[in-house]
Ligand binder design. Structure first.
Ligand SMILES: C=CC1=C(C)c2cc3[nH]c(cc4nc(cc5[nH]c(cc1n2)c(C)c5CCC(=O)O)C(CCC(=O)O)=C4C)c(C)c3C=C
Ligand SMILES: [Fe+2]
Length: 387
C-alpha cells in the first residue's frame, strides 16, 4: 500500500482569550450551526451573535485557564494513534483538521497534498453523527474536493460515525466503573449521561440522526458496563432562544435532587476530549447546582483523551476502514437518508416542506426586523406607534 494518512476532524477551540471572538464568529458563520433561510444574512448575524456572546464566553474560558485544551488533546490523540497504528503494522501520517479554529481543515488538507498521501482515512472525533459537527466538516471537505483536482487523485474513505465500536464502549464503561467504585454504595449511584444538545428542529425537521445515535450509544455503554445502577440521559450546552433536545441537564439535576438523590456520576457522552463543556459547564456550573439541590457526591467521568483502550479502538477503526470498500463524502448524506443540509430545496405549492420552510423564512425576517428596530429605535412599529 502507498503512503497512508489519517485526517482527524474536530471542532477546534480558542487557544487564548483574544481568540474567543473570532472563533465564535467562525462557528456562527456556519450554516450547519445556525440554519438560516438566506445565506446573505449569515455573516451579519454571526457577527451580531458572536459580539454579544464573546464576553460571557471569555469569562468561561478564563475559568479553565484562558483557552481551550482541544488542540493540545487532539494532537496528543494523533501522536498516540500514530504509535498504536505502527505497533499494529500500519504506518500512517496523522493530520488534525479543525472546523472553526487552528489548525483549520484547509491547513490539514494542504499538508495532505504536500505529503502526497495516496490513501486517506477521514475520521471525525465525534462518535455520533450530527449535521452540526461531522456533517459540517464533511460538507466542507466535499467542497474542497470539488475544487481541487489533486485531491480527487487520493483514494479516500470516510467513517461517518462509530459509537458502536466495541473498544470505545469498553473504554467508556471502564472509566464509569472506576468512578462508581470510588463511592460507598456503588450500585445505587445514579449514572447521568450528559450529551451536547442540538436544536430540536435538527432532529424533527432536518432528520439529524444525532438523538437516535446518542440514545443507542447510551444503551450500549450501559450494556457493556453491566451494572445495576439507575441511569438517565439529558442534554447540555443550549444556545439561543429556540427549543433544544430535552430533558435539559440543569432541569434533570434539579429533579433528581428533589427526589432525594445524593450520589451522581456524570458521563459526558458526545465528545472524546476534555473541553469547555466538561471542564467549566459540568465541573463548575452543574457541580454548584447539584450541591444546591442536595446532591453531595457529584463526580464526573474524565473524557477519554488518550486512554489506551480508546486509542486502540481508533487504530482498529482506521485499519478496518483501509480494508473495507471505500465510503465517499457524497454517500454520507445518502446514508443518513432524511438529513437535509442547507440551503433547502426549491419552492413547491401546497402544505409541503417548502411551504413550512418559507413560513419559517418570513417569520425569521420579521424577527430580524424587530431586533433591528429595537436596537436602532426606527422602523414600522415605531411609525404606527406600537413601540
Ligand atoms: C458533539 C458535540 C457537539 C455538538 C453536537 C455541538 C453542537 C452545537 N454547538 C453550538 C454552539 C457552541 N459550541 C461551542 C463550543 C463547542 N461545541 C463543541 C461540541 C459540539 N457542539 C465543542 C467541542 C466545543 C469547543 C469547546 C472548547 O473547548 O473550546 C461554543 C463556544 C463555547 C461557548 O461560547 O459556549 C458554542 C457557542 C451549537 C449552536 C450547536 C448546534 C447547533
Ligand atoms: Fe457546541
Amino acid at each position: 500500500m502507498g503512503r497512508v494518512g489519517v485526517l482527524l476532524l474536530n471542532l477546534g477551540g480558542p487557544d487564548k482569550l483574544e481568540d474567543v471572538g473570532p472563533f465564535l464568529y467562525n462557528l456562527f458563520s456556519d450554516p450547519e450551526i445556525i440554519r438560516l433561510p438566506f445565506s446573505w444574512l449569515q455573516k451579519p448575524l454571526a457577527w451580531f451573535i458572536a459580539s454579544r456572546r464573546t464576553q460571557k464566553s471569555q469569562e468561561n474560558y478564563k475559568q479553565i485557564g484562558g483557552g481551550s485544551p482541544l488542540r493540545r488533546v487532539t494532537e496528543a490523540q494523533g501522536d498516540a494513534l500514530k504509535e498504536q497504528l505502527s505497533s499494529q503494522g500500519q504506518e500512517a501520517n496523522i493530520y488534525v483538521g479543525m472546523r472553526y479554529w487552528h489548525p483549520y481543515t484547509e491547513e490539514a488538507i494542504a499538508k495532505i497534498t504536500q505529503d502526497k498521501v495516496e490513501h486517506l482515512v477521514i475520521l471525525p472525533l465525534y462518535p455520533q453523527f450530527s449535521i452540526s459537527t461531522s456533517g459540517s466538516s464533511f460538507r466542507l471537505l466535499e467542497r474542497l474536493w470539488q475544487e481541487d483536482p489533486q485531491l480527487q487523485q487520493i483514494d479516500y474513505t470516510v467513517i461517518p460515525s462509530w459509537y458502536k465500536q466495541p473498544g470505545y464502549l469498553r473504554a467508556m464503561a471502564d472509566l464509569i466503573a472506576q468512578e462508581l467504585d470510588q463511592l460507598p454504595n456503588r450500585d445505587e449511584v445514579h449514572i447521568f449521561f450528559s450529551a451536547h444538545g442540538v436544536p430540536k428542529s435538527y432532529v424533527e425537521e432536518a432528520g439529524d440522526p444525532y438523538q437516535q445515535e446518542i440514545e443507542e450509544c447510551t444503551r450500549l455503554i450501559m450494556q457493556t458496563l453491566n451494572r445495576p445502577n439507575p441511569h438517565i440521559l439529558a442534554y447540555q450546552s443550549r444556545v439561543g432562544p429556540v427549543e433544544w433536545l430535552q430533558p435539559y441537564t440543569e432541569d434533570a439535576i434539579q429533579e433528581l435532587g428533589a427526589k432525594g438523590v445524593k450520589d451522581l456520576v456524570v458521563v459526558p457522552i458526545s465528545f472524546v476530549s476534555e473541553h469547555i463543556e466538561t471542564l467549566q459547564e459540568i465541573d463548575i456550573e452543574y457541580r454548584e447546582l447539584a450541591e444546591e439541590v442536595g446532591i453531595h457526591n457529584f463526580r464526573r467521568v474524565p473524557a477519554l483523551n488518550t486512554h489506551p483502550v480508546f486509542v486502540k479502538a481508533l487504530a482498529d477503526l482506521v485499519i478496518e476502514a483501509l480494508k473495507a470498500p471505500s465510503f465517499k463524502l457524497s454517500q454520507v448524506a445518502q446514508m443518513k437518508k432524511k438529513v437535509r443540509i442547507y440551503p433547502p430545496e426549491r419552492w413547491e405549492w401546497g402544505m409541503t416542506t417548502s411551504a413550512e420552510v418559507w413560513n419559517g423564512r418570513i417569520a425569521m425576517l420579521g424577527f430580524i426586523a424587530l431586533i433591528i428596530e429595537l436596537i436602532t429605535g426606527h422602523g414600522l412599529l415605531h411609525m404606527i406607534g406600537l413601540l
